[in-house]
Design a binder for this molecule. Sequence first.
Ligand code: ZN
Length: 454
Amino acid sequence: MDEKIAPHLEELTRALGDLEKTGIRAEFEKLIAFRVPPDVAKETILRKFGGKRKVLKIKDLSANLKNFELTGRILDLGEKPIRPQEGTNKGSSRLYTGVLADETGSVLFSSWKELPGSVGDVINIKNAYTRVWQNRIRLSIGEQSLVSKEPDSTLPSLSELSGSQTKKLIDIGAMDFSVNTVACVIQFSHREVLVKGRQSRVISGVLADETGRLPFTAWVELPGIDIGSIIRIEGAQIRMFKGMPSVNILNSTKVSQVGPEEAKNLAFTFESAVKDPAPIKIEDINSRESMFDVAAAGNVVSVRPGSGIISRCPECGRVIQKGNCRVHGKVEGIRDMRIKAILDDGTGSMSVMFPRELAEIVYGKTLEEAEQLMFSDVSKDAVYEDLRRFLTGRYLAVRGNASKSEYGISFVAEKAWIPEDDLAVRVVELLRRLGPDEENKQGECSSTGGIYLA
Ligand SMILES: [Zn+2]
């Protein structure tokens, strides 16, 4: 009897933690005492105590998520033997890989345990996690994950799920496996890159539709296609590039031009697609995993420490402390300037990174002028303090890319300007919101921001 329940208890411990402390073991024993079969008892306990776990759809997946639950249909499944690592007494193991899909998208997965189903079956995974491998987000099923086959499911059928999904650009996420889309080419250039020691010509550019923009890369020639072309892309693969989904056109991808008659029915034209993006709510930026080339406007509610003059490693560009690079050790640092500020538009707040060229514009001082300030002042934080005084409360518009990290949304500005239209109105509004007591609290705003509005 004990031998029969031991593996179930082990599995429960991995999924739910210490069973003794939480009283879960007693619950389990009670069910066994009532002659409930051990595997049914395990499922019952999991349903009862695993309820706090996040249940996600495939579109919600992002890098480095842990301990979530997901249900999907297996679209593809393969296995390969993995040689045992030297020095361990484990026998050779198998890695199962494939594609899992639900109505929101599809994702590559890898599993260290055999799955209780095959192609076409719906499985439920508890305690799943994600990791990034070869620039793709993968769903990982590990030793601590629990996988069960779902006999009944409302998920779309295998044939409905296996085709590429047709999506607007804004709905394409880093976890998408293969997509179809219709978009306009608004940037287009060739470059030579070295791929496995061979010179290859690559096309890169930007696609746009009425919902947004995404970068694309083509590893094949695209005859007749240039800036202004409206194209239908079928079976493109999505890769991550700098935290952003990027549309990859491969040999297997079909690309065709959309004729003028059909183009009339689209919700965008080249003229509308190529227009500068209008500012959107920070709330909307925060609600997404990433956004490419969007604009927002808001007040600087705080300037983050680490803003001002910094030193970078000449080898890798990392910010260094006291002349020491985390990777390259003692190095002669290169001076640089950057600003990290929290921008708030009343709907939400986000951390915005201004690289040197933009930091100089919004601060109104060049790196050299800031250095003068640093050398002339006894305080080592002179530049940071000056930046805080100068920028806090200012109304700024930014344009760039937003991506979610474990610290929340970070926005890297590629353009920044002061909108003139409602500057005076905004300042009055901000002062009213801050109130006289709040002024001394500046700089304490957490990265989740918004404390002034709470
Ligand atoms: Zn370095």
